[in-house]
Design a protein around this ligand. Structure first.
Ligand code: MN
Length: 403
């Protein structure tokens, strides 16, 4: 019998237990919550009631203390939580700390330190190359198969799922235009991605080796890297993305610990180029994750990108981020890059789905090239769990409001 009336097969059953930060109904303070089915467990209050030493990590207004505590603590806390929600003798003690999900307010679950975004889907990179550099001999840039390309983004505008996104304004200039103009973006897009959350920091001057990934990265979430393609196209040469992306990045309210995703681990695609030793994961445990993402616009599914097709793994991205001696801080967030699979219905951006506006999407409420005011985009995902179960990832949703 599943505990606490969580139905058999619920992707947020006791095998999952993602972490968030919530306020119960009424004027209440923020505290760490753990999702169980369609309820949220007040983890700190439960820890106190059960006399657990983990109350100090859980009765907090952010996940940062737990993130900073390190891998042994992550495993110990997860083991304790699993016992609290599955052992029948705890039922009475726990029941009073479960809040209906629909009754609580969810917050950004951790204090975002630095934010980096990668570009690690070969299908995405080739599509973008074909769209923007049609004359190029190779749709990939010469460095692409040798290192995971990334850029530093803006952590202060990372927002939790459900936050409205104001259409950004900026400069744009199409190649045929005589001069740039200023105004609201007319090519507002999404990027369906997975975000990785760093727990344990690292000092400057000490690169993090591939094999140390699990000591530093606590968990993952869905991430939408909102992108204004017209602003981006005019500004990005030669230093990369800037204001076309820094206006908002949305993340799930729930961080799924990597410990819940053991059954989703999978080998990344075969490497077609030899890798330098610090990125060579040929002898390592499989570094990919089998996450099945779904992208919906106004409730209509437009794409199902498979994360298992990502060429560069999160461990390689972490090694790349730190190989020059850059440090890690608790709360660092890095995005995988747009997830696109080989098939047209697996593309993770409207840029690719509509081939830069050439092939509009047919939605029940009309055609779409890029996003219109009022459009709501929702990313959902699941991963294979133990014994045929599914591990649900918290959704990330956002609605476009006029500039
Ligand atoms: Mn991106």
């Amino acid at each position: 019998m599943p505990p606490f009336d969580v139905s058999e097969g619920d992707p947020f059953g006791p095998h999952n237990l993602p972490y968030g930060v919530f306020s119960p109904a009424g004027p209440a303070e923020r505290t760490v919550g753990v999702r169980l089915g369609d309820h949220v467990l007040d983890a700190g209050a439960a820890a106190r009631a059960l006399g657990s030493p983990y109350a100090a990590l859980l009765a907090r207004p952010s996940l940062n203390p737990l993130l900073a505590a390190g891998r042994t603590a992550w495993s110990d806390v997860r083991r304790a939580l699993t016992a609290w929600v599955t052992v029948p003798s705890h039922r009475e003690a726990i029941a009073g700390f479960l809040h209906p999900l629909a009754s609580v307010t969810l917050h950004l679950p951790f204090e975002v330190a630095d934010y980096v975004d990668f570009y690690s889907s070969e299908h995405h990179a080739r599509n973008v190359g074909q769209i923007f550099r049609p004359a190029a001999e190779d749709s990939l840039t010469p460095n692409w198969k040798h290192l995971p390309i990334g850029y530093h983004g803006r952590s202060g505008t990372v927002v939790v799922s459900g936050t409205d996104v104001v259409r950004p304004a900026g400069q744009r200039k199409a190649p045929a235009d005589p001069a740039p103009v200023f105004g609201p973006s007319v090519r507002l897009d999404i990027e369906a991605e997975v975000g990785f959350v760093v727990g344990r920091p690292s000092p400057m001057g000490a690169p993090v080796a591939l094999g140390d990934f699990r000591d530093h990265v606590f968990g993952l979430c869905l991430l939408n890297d909102w992108s204004a393609r017209d602003i981006q196209a005019w500004e990005y040469v030669p230093l990369g993305p800037f204001l076309g992306k820094s206006f908002a990045t949305s993340v799930s309210a729930w961080i799924t610990p990597l410990d819940a995703l053991e059954d989703a681990r999978t080998a990344p695609p075969a490497r077609t180029h030899p890798l330098l030793p610090y990125l060579d994961d040929g002898a390592d445990e499989p570094g990919g994750y089998d996450l099945r993402i779904s992208v919906a616009v106004n409730g209509h599914v437009v794409s199902e990108p498979p994360f298992s097709t990502m060429y560069w793994t999160a461990a390689q991205q972490l090694a790349q981020m730190t190989v020059n001696g850059a440090s890690l801080r608790t709360g660092d967030l890095y995005g995988s890059g747009t997830v696109s699979g080989p098939a047209p219905k697996q593309r993770g951006s409207l840029l690719e789905l509509t081939w830069n506006g050439r092939d509009p999407l047919e939605l029940p409420d009309g055609k779409r090239t890029f996003l219109e005011d009022g459009d709501e985009v929702t990313l959902t995902a699941w991963a294979p769990g133990p014994a045929g179960t599914r591990v649900g990832l918290g959704e990330v949703t956002g609605r476009i409001v006029a500039a």
